[in-house]
Design a protein. Structure first.
Length: 575
């Protein structure tokens, strides 16, 4: 599936460039660019270098992916002017050959030719790796790498090849994406123009996020959206065909372009959702020419009217008023409705982003509340756990000490008493394992032991992790076999000291002690881990230093050298 996606993207790039009378003619594998964050599951790729060969550059170090016709002319005339020797009708077919080498390399894990001479000879063969891919891939590669240029598949035909059509599936979410862009295109003119204005300040990371939504609608893989694709998306979203016309008119017809492209038009519909504080600050400062930290409706109008002359100053004022009304009384940094907006009010002009930030704030608050509750549970249960650990450890050490006395010749006279004490300590240890500390009472725990409830636990609770471990590892039966061996050792027969199998008794005690020591180490490790989490969560974070320079690198204003303040006397905080 990933191979088909990359091959489809490359074919779409060549087909679209050819429709614009752009050719590549100098392909290498390095010209196919994948987003670093999506190497395992690429949703798109870019092809670099169209229109450069013979215009800006005349040669590359790698000719393995070049068409045989280009290599032949290159060796005949040299790097300067060799493209003029290639017949104009053959040049598009040269890119088809290069596309074939890319697809072959993706499928077979190596280029079809390993030298320029082999590439020029037009001789190649499939490797065994082709057997792991759909056989229809052979048909596509053979069509692109045909020795006769006039018989090669064009990029547009390769895009519709059965291997691509049957194996490729459009990304999910087309209905949701269309609903969003329809809502944007039906919004008031001021809001739409603000989206167009913000699109100027998007960076590559923002565009990568938008590209996921764009790809969900790009069924033909051309890198653009036409009216038919929008109509199909509208149908999936349950909207009327008229909705597709509305979207297409705003994104394409109003710009006098045939199709909707990602960078020129589509990005404005999603700009508000993906833009971050840094880019938004940049947008604000591009409007604040006088450095007053406020933007007037006239300044906004002067910027937006260049985008669409239908907007009026009244539209801008109405939009600003709506933004000011959105601010609650708790917003200390906001003054009255003076129509001159500062940065906080500027952010309110974009309600989608405001809502996204509110949801993020709520999520952070929920995480903070949950963290504090978990820390409280741990703090309440830690004393009981530590007492239990000390008691179990003390009992275990006593068992080991008594077991040593049982086999020590110096304590022959007290061996009987040591053996009886050992039996009592075993019973005490057994009771301690059954009474693991936690929120559940002993009777409830015994029911869980008998029914096996809790054995499939995958997460340890902050207050119940000791009892969770006890259920998973069945602590009541942990030293059962050692207990039986101890009873057998105590009733070995004979009289006096010979009635006890002291070595078997010693072995049972040592085996039980080893198990308990491992158990205690595991519990302590989990307690330390949760304690460290608690310390990180509850430790106060250092406050971020105030910014002493604006995004444009201007000197501090009104705040001196210590901090920069707003025009209303409030210290700036990083967006």
């Amino acid at each position: 599936m990933d191979i088909v996606q990359i091959a489809r993207e490359c074919a779409a790039a060549i087909a679209f460039a050819a429709s614009m009378n752009l050719l590549h003619l100098s392909w290498t594998l390095s010209h196919v660019l994948l987003p670093a964050s999506r190497l395992k599951k690429p949703i798109l790729c870019k092809v670099f270098g169209f229109g450069l060969m013979g215009v800006i550059i005349n040669d590359t170090n790698d000719h393995i992916c070049w068409a045989p016709e280009c290599i032949e002319r290159y060796h005949q005339t040299g790097p300067n002017g060799f493209l003029q020797k290639v017949e104009q009708s053959l040049k598009p077919m040269c890119d088809s050959w290069s596309l074939g080498t890319i697809v072959y390399s993706l499928v077979c894990h190596r280029p079809p030719a390993v030298s320029e001479a082999q590439a020029q000879s037009k001789k190649w063969a499939f490797t065994l790796a082709i057997d792991d891919v759909d056989p229809e891939a052979k048909s596509l590669i053979e069509g692109l790498l045909d020795a006769h240029p006039e018989k090669r598949l064009t990029a547009s035909r390769a895009l519709r090849h059965e291997w691509v059509r049957r194996r490729w599936r459009p990304p999910a979410g087309a209905a949701q994406v269309f609903t969003k862009i329809e809502e944007f295109c039906r919004a008031p003119l001021a809001k739409r123009l603000f989206g167009r204005f913000l699109a100027r300040f998007l960076d590559a990371g923002h565009y990568l996020q938008i590209a996921e939504s764009f790809g969900a609608l790009d069924n033909q893989g051309t890198g653009t959206l036409n009216l038919k694709e929008l109509q199909l998306a509208a149908k999936r979203a349950g909207s009327s065909p008229e909705a597709a016309d509305v979207v297409f008119h705003w994104l394409a017809a109003a710009h006098n372009v045939k199709d909707v492209s990602l960078f020129r038009t589509f990005a404005e519909t999603m700009a508000e959702e993906v833009i971050d504080g840094r880019a938004l600050r940049h947008a604000f400062e591009s409007l604040d020419d006088d450095g007053s930290e406020q933007v007037t409706p006239q300044e906004l109008y002067d910027e937006l009217v260049e985008l669409d002359n239908r907007i009026t100053i009244a539209d801008v004022v109405k939009h600003v008023e709506a933004a000011e009304l959105e601010l609650g009384e708790d917003d200390e940094d906001i003054g009255t409705q003076d129509h001159a907006i500062d940065y906080n009010e500027f952010m309110q002009l974009f309600p989608v982003r405001v809502q996204r930030m509110r949801l993020l704030k709520d999520r952070l608050q929920n995480c903070d509340d949950t963290s504090k509750e978990l820390c409280r549970l741990l703090a309440d249960s830690t004393p009981a756990i530590e007492r239990w650990l000390r008691n179990i450890e003390t009992t275990t050490l006593t068992i080991q000490d008594l077991a040593s006395k049982v086999v020590d010749p110096r304590h022959v006279d007290t061996m009987q008493e040591a053996a009886k004490a050992l039996k009592k300590q075993f019973a005490k240890l057994d009771e301690g394992l059954k009474a693991a500390p936690g929120p559940a009472d002993p009777q409830e725990m015994m029911v869980k032991y008998r029914t096996g409830k809790g054995k499939s636990l995958k997460v340890f609770g902050y207050s119940s992790f000791v009892q969770d471990m006890a259920l998973i590892d069945n602590w009541p039966m942990l030293i059962a076999s050692e207990g039986r061996n101890m009873k057998m050792a105590l009733s070995a027969g004979g009289t006096g000291s010979d009635s006890i199998d002291k070595w078997k008794l010693h072995e049972a005690a040592e085996q039980a002690a080893n198990k308990i020591h491992k158990l205690l180490a595991k519990v302590r490790l989990q307690l330390e881990e949760y304690t460290s989490f608690s310390e990180v969560v509850t430790a106060p974070e250092a406050l971020m230093a105030g910014a002493n320079l604006s995004g444009r690198g201007l000197p501090p204003r009104m705040g001196g050298d210590e901090e920069m303040t707003t025009s209303r006397g409030k210290p700036w905080r990083m967006a």
